[in-house]
Unconditional design. Structure first.
Length: 541
C-alpha cells in the first residue's frame, strides 16, 4: 500500500513546480515510508510514496512504460490479488513485463484494454494513469472503496491525492468548510460517499473512474450491485460462501514478507485465521502468525453489556490452541491511548471514532514491527447482516440511517445559530432519501425483504466505508498493510442476493456464515455472539 498524488495543469509549466508537488507528497510519507518518486512533463506532475510489499524494484513508481510510441505513467495505491493470472494473459498478448509487480501488471492491462481493464481486476486500488500522448488523466477506485482517493478542480488545474492533507498542501486548495460542516455534525463518521467535506474537494466514488483532458471531466461507473433471484440450495449456498472466502483469503496471503492475521476470537477474525492457517499448511509454510489486542486493566474493569457481551481473551486462546498459530498479545494502556488520539485524528484528516481509532493505530504499529501484511475479519457483519439494526423492529421502521437514531442527543451540543445555519435534520433526511434512491430493487420482493435489502444497501455503502477508511488510515499511518478478505467483490456480490432466511440460518445472525464454517472452527467459537472491536473499560480513560 502506498500514497499517490498528482497535478494536471493546462496553463502552467509543471516542470517548474517541483516544490509544490514535493510538499503534497511529503504529507503522505507515513503511507509510504520506504521511498518516493516524482515524474514531470510540461502539463503533468505525478507522485508516489512507496510501502514495500512484494517486489520492491518492480513496484517502484511512478511507473513509466511505452507502447507503440505512446507513453503512459502510473501511480498506484493498492494491490492486485489476481496479478499472476493477468500477467500470464498479458504476456500471451505480447507484453514484455520486467517484473511480477501488481503495478506493472496494472499498467500493462490499462495499455491493453483501457478503462475496460477495471472489470478484470481483483484487488483494492486507487490509481492514476497519465497518457502523455493523448494528454489525458484517468483515475479509478476499487469496487468497495477500500483505498481512498480525492480530487479538486481549480480552473484549468486538476489535483488528486490519496488523502485530504495532500490536497490541502497545494496553495490553490484552501481549507474552507461549508456544507461539509453538516456532513461532520449530522452524519458523523458515516459521511456521504463522494463528499470531500472541504469546499471544492470531492472523493472519487467506489466502483467509478474519471478522465480529465482538455475537454473537461468525464466520469463513469464500472461496477454496481445487481439484484436478482437467488436459486442455489441452502447447502450449495453455504459451500459457495466457504469456497469464495477461502479463495479470497488464499489470494491475500501472497506477499513479499511475513503475513499474519488480526485475531479477536470472534467468528469473523477466527474464520479468516482458520482459512489462512489451512492455506499456509498446504503450502508447507506455516505456522501462521496471529496477533490480538488487549487493554491493561480490562481484567479488573470489564463489565458485560449488550454491545460487548464477553471478553475476547478466552476465545483467542481457544483459537490459537485449535490452530497451532504462533501468537502474540499486544497490550495497550490508558496513557498510550490518550497520547494516540491526536495522531489518529491526523491520520483520518477528519473527526473519526476516538479511542477505537487510536487503539487500532497502536495495534497496527506494534504488529508492523514484526510483519509486513495482516489479514483482518473486518466487514463480515456488513456483508452477512450481523448488526443489531437488521433485527430490531424500531430500526427497520425508522426513516433514517439505523446507526443515527440518537441525533437529538448529538444536536444538543450545537449552538442554536449553528443548527439554523446547517439545518442538520433536513440535511440528514436528504442524504437518506438519496441513498434509498440508489438501492437496486428486486421485482416482486415482499415488503419485509425489500426493507432489509434497503438496510443492507445502506450498511454496505454508508457504514462499511467508515470501517474501510478506518482500516486504511490507521494501518497506513503505522506502515502496515491490512487486507480484508470479506470485501472480495465476488463474495459481496454473491451474499447480496442471498435471502434473509438463508443469511439467518439456524435463527442466528450470520447463520449462513456459521454454517459455511462448520468443521472449520471450534463449536464455541463458531456460535459465539458478536463482539465488536475491543475497547478499554478503564475508568481513568
Amino acid at each position: 500500500m502506498c500514497g499517490i498524488a498528482g497535478w494536471i495543469d493546462w496553463e502552467q509549466d509543471l516542470t517548474r513546480q517541483r516544490p509544490v508537488l514535493e510538499a503534497m507528497t511529503a504529507t503522505l510519507t507515513r503511507r509510504g515510508p520506504d521511498g518516493g518518486g516524482h515524474w514531470f512533463s510540461r502539463h503533468a506532475a505525478i507522485a508516489h510514496r512507496h510501502l514495500r510489499v512484494g517486489d520492491p524494484e518492480g513496484g517502484r513508481q511512478p511507473l513509466v512504460r511505452e507502447r507503440g510510441g505512446a507513453r503512459f505513467v502510473l501511480t498506484l495505491d493498492g494491490e492486485l490479488y489476481n496479478a499472476a493470472e493477468l500477467h500470464r494473459e498479458l504476456t500471451a498478448r505480447g507484453h514484455r513485463l520486467r517484473s511480477r509487480s501488481g503495478a506493472e501488471v496494472l499498467l500493462a492491462a490499462f495499455m491493453e484494454w483501457g478503462s475496460a481493464c477495471l472489470e478484470r481486476l481483483n484487488g483494492v486500488f486507487a490509481f492514476a494513469v497519465w497518457d502523455e500522448g493523448a494528454q489525458r488523466l484517468v483515475l479509478a477506485r476499487d469496487r468497495l472503496g477500500a483505498k481512498p482517493l480525492f480530487y479538486a478542480r481549480r480552473g484549468d488545474a486538476f489535483l488528486f491525492a490519496s488523502e485530504l492533507k495532500a490536497l490541502l498542501a497545494h496553495p490553490a486548495v484552501e481549507p474552507v468548510v461549508e456544507e461539509g460542516l453538516a456532513e461532520i455534525l449530522a452524519l458523523g463518521p458515516a459521511r456521504t460517499p463522494g463528499h470531500g467535506v472541504f469546499k471544492g474537494v470531492e472523493e472519487l466514488l467506489p466502483g467509478h473512474y474519471l478522465t480529465w483532458d482538455r475537454s473537461g471531466l468525464h466520469s463513469g461507473r464500472y461496477w454496481a450491485l445487481e439484484s436478482r433471484p437467488h436459486e442455489d440450495s441452502p447447502e450449495r449456498t453455504a459451500a459457495t460462501v466457504r469456497d469464495l472466502l477461502a479463495d479470497a483469503t488464499g489470494r491475500q496471503l501472497v506477499a513479499g514478507g511475513p503475513v499474519c492475521t488480526l485475531l479477536s476470537g470472534g467468528l469473523d477474525s477466527s474464520a479468516v485465521t482458520a482459512l489462512a492457517a489451512r492455506a499456509l499448511e498446504r503450502q508447507g509454510s506455516g505456522p501462521l502468525r496471529t496477533f490480538s489486542v488487549e487493554f491493561t486493566g480490562n481484567e479488573r474493569y470489564f463489565q458485560p453489556n449488550d454491545f460487548q457481551p464477553e471478553a475476547d481473551a478466552p476465545y483467542v486462546k481457544r483459537v490459537v490452541a485449535h490452530l497451532g498459530t504462533a501468537h502474540r498479545d499486544v497490550r495497550l494502556d490508558t496513557g498510550q491511548l490518550v497520547e494516540a488520539l491526536a495522531r489518529a485524528v491526523e491520520a483520518r484528516d477528519l473527526p473519526g471514532m476516538a479511542d477505537i481509532d487510536a487503539s487500532l493505530y497502536l495495534f497496527c504499529r506494534e504488529v508492523g514491527k514484526e510483519v509486513a501484511v495482516a489479514l483482518s475479519g473486518e466487514c463480515a457483519d456488513e456483508v452477512f447482516g450481523g448488526y443489531p439494526w437488521f433485527f430490531r423492529q424500531e430500526d427497520l421502521a425508522a426513516e433514517t440511517f439505523p446507526w443515527l437514531r440518537k441525533l437529538d442527543a448529538r444536536l444538543k451540543v450545537l449552538a442554536p445559530g449553528l443548527r439554523d445555519r446547517i439545518r442538520p435534520r433536513e440535511y440528514l433526511a436528504e442524504r437518506y432519501r438519496q441513498a434509498l434512491a440508489e438501492v437496486p430493487r428486486l421485482a416482486g420482493e415482499e415488503p419485509a425483504a425489500a426493507r432489509r435489502r434497503e438496510i443492507a444497501y445502506l450498511t454496505l455503502t454508508r457504514w462499511m466505508p467508515v470501517l474501510l477508511d478506518r482500516n486504511d488510515r490507521m494501518s497506513m499511518a503505522a506502515g502496515l498493510t491490512v487486507r480484508v478478505p470479506f470485501c472480495d467483490h465476488r463474495l459481496v456480490e454473491y451474499a447480496w442476493n442471498v435471502p434473509w432466511e438463508l443469511k439467518t440460518a439456524g435463527g442466528r445472525e450470520k447463520g449462513l456464515l456459521r454454517q459455511a464454517l462448520a468443521g472449520v472452527l471450534p463449536e464455541d467459537v463458531l456460535w459465539r455472539k458478536k463482539s465488536p472491536f475491543p475497547k478499554t473499560f478503564d475508568p481513568a480513560y
